[in-house]
Design a protein around this ligand. Structure first.
Ligand SMILES: Cc1ncc(COP(=O)(O)O)c(C=O)c1O
Length: 458
């Protein structure tokens, strides 16, 4: 029986509990909390009472839920974590490493890996992933570089890396895992930011099916679960004993795990793996791709698109730093990013990112880039001078006849269908005709000619 079904059934029994937690399933909730959250959340919060289970040595509903999840993920074992990926990373390190053991660590790792080093006493050998100075971010792990390190250090026990990076850059885990196997090195992948990959392969390929031994994923980052829910998976191909991991987790995690988080982990996985969930993610990736196509057409704006997970939108603007772009987005548009650096700004999306939210970002960036930023890059400068712009015809004139139009600010005309003839003398040849798509080159040219609005198809 699922955790949710069990709780629903249990509530009907109307048992009288003299146990923790002392809010007695919502009989007491601090007044201000009650006002904000209501009582419902508390009614699902239990401890290890009769009929419930124990996360540190599961034999009942938690064991069933974890086994079902392992089946869905194709893992040997899956552990539910109510203390975030942080706890999974530390526990994996503690299970595999001891004082003095050598461990190769990709330099862009999360601070939990540093904490794991403190606790284990293992000796790090740092591997610097490729660095992209144009964007100010780390990218993939170079497999040859890893092999060089392992060749020189035959006694390395494990390699720990992040995939995808915070900014979505991906590494070739197939190749990395085969190098690790060659040198008998365990591969731990921090996939905190890739929790949707198992349910939508267009976003990325899960490290678990690419040969990693242990994969840790945060379900709260992209997959829509409560903070700080996460998973630790052991691969079917790995010889790591699940009980070693369980014992290690028990050293670092609470003895009072949150049932609201556990039931939310279970139901999030069930939803994402269902046909409805997959359709939902398909729609999400369509919406993000649509936005990215538009953003790529905005003058003075660049979008990071190499080998990356599209749920992480990394942008930069001509002439202003990432920090300044971040400040304008926040101060003028109320849009808060995940992080920014000198070069770029990172906007995280996930299962809960609505079309409306993406639209708001699009509008803000169109507005901001055309209004606040000087036209400075070479290709944009070039488009200020008239030159033949390849027309993109969406509708031929006869189809457009009688269709309605409206005047919009030029800032909002990008990618819309023009509904007027725009030509000037000289040269007289039309810049745009009705039925043609308005491109960023058109907007730059027209803004420079002090035109501020344009008629577009309704
Ligand atoms: C790459 C990476 N790994 C691990 C973590 C820790 O995840 P959690 O918040 O689930 O403990 C984070 C959190 O920001 C992260 O960015």
């Amino acid at each position: 029986m699922s955790i949710i079904n069990h709780i629903e059934k249990y509530r009907k029994l109307k048992r009288t509990l003299f146990t923790t937690p002392s809010h007695s399933q919502g009989d007491f909730v601090a007044p201000e909390t009650l006002k904000l959250l209501g009582q419902k959340f508390f009614t699902c919060d239990y401890s290890e009472i009769e009929g419930f289970d124990n996360l540190s040595s599961p034999i009942g509903i938690i064991k069933d839920a974890q086994s079902a999840a392992a089946e869905i993920y194709g893992a040997k074992s899956t552990f539910f974590l109510t203390n975030g990926s942080t706890s999974g990373i530390i526990a994996a390190m503690y299970a595999l490493l001891t004082k003095g053991d050598k461990v190769v660590i990709a330099r862009n790792c999360h601070k939990s890996v540093y904490n794991g080093l403190v606790l284990t006493g293992a000796v790090p050998i740092w591997l610097i992933p490729d660095y992209n100075s144009d964007w100010g971010i780390f990218e993939s792990v170079n497999t040859d570089y890893l092999e060089e390190i392992l060749e020189k250090n035959r006694d390395v026990k494990a390699f720990i890396m992040t995939n995808p990076t915070y900014e979505g850059a991906m590494s070739d885990i197939y190749r990395i895992s085969s190098v690790c196997r060659k040198y008998n090195v365990k591969l731990i992948v921090d996939e905190a930011h890739g929790a949707l990959w198992n349910f939508n392969k267009s976003l990325g390929t899960p490290s678990l099916i690419q040969g990693a031994d242990i994969v840790v994923q945060s379900l709260h980052k992209t997959a829509g679960a409560l903070n700080p829910s996460a998973l630790l998976h052991i691969s079917k191909e790995s010889d790591i004993n699940p009980s070693t991991i369980q014992n290690s987790l028990n050293l670092f995690t609470t003895t009072s795990p949150s049932y609201p988080i556990l039931l939310n982990i279970e139901s999030t996985i069930n939803f994402l793996s269902s046909a409805r969930g997959q359709a939902y993610l398909h729609q999400l990736s369509k919406n993000i791709n649509r936005l990215l196509r538009t953003l790529k057409n905005i003058p003075n704006l660049q979008v990071y698109s190499y080998n990356n997970d599209i749920t992480k939108i990394l942008i930069k603007a001509t002439n202003i730093s990432g920090f300044e772009l971040s400040e304008i987005l926040f101060g003028e548009y109320g849009i808060e990013d995940e992080l920014s650096n000198e070069k770029s700004v990172l906007l995280l999306t996930g299962v809960g990112t609505s079309k409306a939210k993406l639209k708001k970002l699009e509008k803000a960036l169109v507005n901001l880039c055309l209004d606040n930023i000087k036209i400075a890059n070479d290709s944009d400068k070039k488009s200020i001078d008239y030159y033949p712009i390849e027309p993109r015809v969406r509708y031929i004139p006869s189809v457009l006849w009688g269709k309605h139009s409206k005047e919009v600010d030029l800032k909002y005309a990008l990618s819309r269908v023009c509904m007027e003839v725009i030509a000037d003398y000289p040269p007289g040849a039309p810049l745009l005709l009705p039925g043609e798509v308005i491109k960023k080159e058109h907007i730059l040219y027209l803004l420079n000619r002090k035109k501020t609005s344009i008629r577009v198809l309704l």
